[in-house]
Design a protein around this ligand. Sequence first.
Ligand SMILES: Cc1cc2nc3c(=O)[nH]c(=O)nc-3n(C[C@H](O)[C@H](O)[C@H](O)COP(=O)(O)OP(=O)(O)OC[C@H]3O[C@@H](n4cnc5c(N)ncnc54)[C@H](O)[C@@H]3O)c2cc1C
Length: 435
Amino acid sequence: MIRTAVIGGGISGIAAAFYLQRYGCEVDLYESADRIGGRIGSECFDGNWLDFGGKNIGRKYRRFREFVSEQGGMDFEYFGFNTSQVINGKVVRLSKEKDRLFNILRVLSLAGFGGTMRLLPLIQAVQKDHQQGYLNTPYFNAIAEQFDSKPLSSFFPTGCTEHLIRPVTVRMNGAEPEEYYPGNFGSNLALVLDSYEQLKQGMHALLDRFRENAKLINILTGKHVRAVERIGNTITLHYSSGGEDATAAYGRVIVAIPAIQAATLFGDTLPELSALLGQVRYYPVAVAIAKYEESVFPDMQRAMVFDRHSPLSNAGAYGIHDLDIVRYTFSGKTARSTIAPESVPEEVIALGEKIIEPYFTIRKNCRRFFVYKYINPGLCAYSPYHYRTLGEINDLLRLFDGLALTGDYHSGASIEACFRAAEASVERLMQQDTA
Ligand SMILES: Cc1cc2nc3c(=O)[nH]c(=O)nc-3n(C[C@H](O)[C@H](O)[C@H](O)COP(=O)(O)OP(=O)(O)OC[C@H]3O[C@@H](n4cnc5c(N)ncnc54)[C@H](O)[C@@H]3O)c2cc1C
């Protein structure tokens, strides 16, 4: 049996291990932290498990839902799409729940004629073929070739950029439209066109199930891989564990960590690969979740996005029935200049409360508890001509049998895209075995 390792115990590594297990492979799953989950991780406070990162699951997340059902199945609850923003002093709502036609007209008016003409063909491409809603697909690679010399802010008119495009890129990629490129936008559109649920028991319950069911997967937490090197016919991992350095040799390795972290593994051994991985951009995101004595949001207005002058990019109800729990997300340029890794959580959340106070019931609504996390690397914003970068990475990997890479920079940042990329990385290694 070929010894197989996966580096990274986030959802990409979990997905890779899951697909390897389907092939009957025994897997060592290396995770530097003391538990798996990475950016779908949760924290427990006062008996409440709260998810900080990825938790909204699209109805079109086929692979992820298959994974959940193979863990024994779990209940989902409706999350929906319901948001609002302030434009010229007026609160403008967008929701897929009621008045569908009214909302479509509202989107069109926010996009303006020029924006609509730009958006329509992109939307149609994703609607016609859902596969175009990932990174590195023919339609959007052609868009990249034509337009990636300039950022997304040059692709759409200003009004459309500020009111429709920015809320999407800042939320999903932590990037302003001037930091994001047209060729990558299909991966955002697919998410906007989906509708959402979340796991009733949260992501931590799914991770528990995965640990219980992981018959062929040896989960090695607290093991930080520092370098990956080919020695003879094997791939050697240099890792540290409890302050001690160690090595382990494998026939197959899948690296399932963010590109900028993967770059450090190959700095000495494959500098060209390391340089390419280093081109992929990530932006930090701070998330605070606070529970209040009473409902903060009314039923039909469960979230709000804020403009580029605000460090708070959006605030929303944790779930459709959790109107008293606010999830504050700080991302984008102003957030980066306002909030640092060492910022005091209490001050960050007070800032969030001050920003939402004019619109929601926060004053005199007693805060019962909050949890806070500064996530870095947080959100992946890829690179201009990103598909070319991926092509060059794949070309280099052809010279390195037994090694595959996966993660949020391959197909897209959504949980489903992480599964899609992980599946492809496993298929690649299996094909090498049979070649
Ligand atoms: C705030 C936020 C909200 C999001 N919301 C959604 C959402 O609602 N729906 C959705 O679909 N997606 C969402 N996403 C995106 C999605 O959650 C992420 O893209 C996905 O979780 C990334 O998983 P990953 O495994 O690729 O990376 P990570 O989660 O970062 O996992 C990498 C793991 O590898 C470990 N590691 C790193 N380096 C090493 C090393 N050298 N050795 C060993 N271990 C290492 C890390 O500790 C980590 O556990 C969100 C992301 C964020 C940040």
